[in-house]
Structures are given as C-alpha cells and as structure tokens.
Design a protein around this ligand. Structure first.
Ligand code: PAF
Length: 285
C-alpha cells in the first residue's frame, strides 16, 4: 500500500498504476474493527481501495471535541498495512491540502438535517458534506463505503451523492459491535472504565425498545429508553427517535408506520463526557 498526502500524488498514483476510480473508505483515523470491515468490503468489490485519514475540523461544532479527538496515525497505518494491497493507498492530507482557503460552501439538506444530530450538533453535517465532497473530488471513487452506525450521516451522504456525485455508489455497511454489543467507535477508547463497563446497556436497551413496538406507543418506548439510560450513573440520554429510513421523518405514533417502509430507532447519549450514538432497525411484526 502507498501513503499519499496530496491530490497531485493521487493523480500520479492513478497514472502509474493504470487504475482509477477506487473503492473509497473515508475515515478520521483511530481505526478499529468497524473501519476494517469497511476496508474488507471495499477490497472484495474493487480492484483498488483508497482509505483517507483526515480529522476534519469543519465538522466539529465543539472545539474541545476536535482537540481531544484521538490521533493514532502510526497504529492506523500499521493496521491498514495488513489489509491493503500493492495498488491500494491511504490518503493522509493536511488541513491546507483539503482547505487551501476557508470552505464557505453551505449545503442544504432540508428536513434531513433538521432532526437528531442536525439539531444537537449545528453545522456538523455541513462540515461532513464539505470534506466528503472535497475527498470525492480528489479520489474520484466509483464506490464509497460508510458505516450504518452514523445513520443520519449515511442518509445525508446518499443525498449529496444523488445530487452532486451520481457516479459514486454509496455502500452502507453493518454496524460492528464489541462483545457486549457496544457499537464500535473511535470515541469508545476515551470512555472511563466505569462507563465502558456499563456501555453494553445501550444496545440491550435498543433491542428491548425494538421489541416493544408491537405492544406500546412511541412515547412509551421513548420513556422506557430515557429511564433505562438515565438510570446508569453519569449517563444522560440526549435523544431517542424512531425515524423512517430515507426521509428521517420521526414517527409519533405506531399507526403512522407502514409495513412497506423501514424504521430505525436512533439514540444519542452522554457517557460522562463522551457522546455516543447507535441505532437499531425497528421492524413491524
Ligand atoms: O464518519 C466519519 O468518520 C466522518 O464523518 C467522515 C465521513 C470520514 C468525514 O470526515
């Protein structure tokens, strides 16, 4: 695998290897098994794979969060070297390479960004769209692989691709979980031991909430989730919403749900000072 740092090097790599339009896995580093599962999916499908590692400043609405975001480049490259092939590459640009001048573009995703993360992290998806579009312009992928853990991000990126990058096919990959069900995330390593020990409760709560759909109303399920999360010491629920796939329209009553559509229960919460998100499909049976 090659490690490239500029758009010029990427163009040169395409010229030399006579391959282009790779399968692309964008990341912010601090890689874990979840990322590796995206890389494996990309390698199965594409003759060339590109992985980017770039902690994108424009998507952090909290400067402290940006400062504290784990940066583990050497370990990341070591991990990737076991999975990437000769022509595959890791793109590790500087902030100046991605943003030679401040990016003032404003993306409007309408209702998709007026719920959940969009409400609690203002500007976050604008930053995500800025960096993903810059990366797509440089890498020019045929496929781009995103984890389903970031459920709303995935929906917004599908919309971005539909509008501006119709040649890029977005592939959603399943959530990879720790032994106790905690969704893998680069933030997990910042959890305090006592919070990490309790964090498996998040997924257990989501499973229980999904099972409640046949007998309870949405507000009762939301109350159940809030009670169960808030009873864990130092845990605080930020939101739990059941939304329709694709539109992200929140469901207020079970009567609104259609057996033809898919729904997901999405959660965001604080475990001490660490913010975690997760989701589960809610099936009408
Ligand atoms: O999901 C992430 O890690 C980031 O939001 C992404 C897509 C790499 C953009 O910085």
């Amino acid at each position: 695998m090659k490690v490239l740092t500029t758009a010029k090097e990427v163009r040169e790599h395409y010229r030399i290897s006579v391959l282009r339009n790779p399968g692309f896995v964008p990341t912010m580093g601090a890689l874990h098994e979840g990322h590796l599962s995206l890389v494996a999916r990309a390698a199965e499908r594409c003759r060339m794979v590109a992985v980017s590692i770039f902690v994108n400043p424009t998507q952090f609405n909290d400067p402290q969060d940006l400062l504290k975001y784990p940066r583990t480049l050497d370990a990341d490259l070591e991990m990737l070297s076991g999975h990437l092939r000769e022509n595959d590459f890791v793109f590790v640009p500087s902030v100046e390479e991605i943003y030679p001048e401040p990016d003032t573009r404003r993306f409007d995703f309408g209702e998709l960004e007026r719920v959940m993360e969009g409400v609690h992290r203002p500007g976050h998806f604008n930053g995500v769209a800025q960096v993903v579009s810059r990366l797509f312009d440089i890498i020019r992928p045929s496929y781009a692989f995103f984890g389903q853990k970031d459920f709303q991000q995935l929906t917004i990126i599908r919309e971005l691709a539909r509008r501006d990058y119709p040649k890029v096919e977005i592939i959603a990959c399943p959530i990879v979980r720790e032994h106790d069900g905690l969704a893998m995330s680069s933030r997990n390593r910042r959890l305090l031991t006592q919070h990490r020990e309790k964090a498996g409760e998040i997924y257990r709560t989501l499973i229980a909430a999904a099972a409640m759909i046949s007998d309870y109303e949405i507000n009762e399920i939301r109350e159940f989730v809030a009670d169960r999360i808030n009873m864990i010491p130092d845990f605080r629920l930020e939101y739990f919403e059941i939304v329709e796939e694709g539109t992200l329209k929140p469901v207020h009553s079970v009567i609104e749900m259609s057996p033809e559509k898919k729904y997901f229960g999405c959660i965001a919460l604080w475990a001490g000072e660490i913010r975690l998100i997760d989701n589960i499909e809610i099936g009408l049976r």
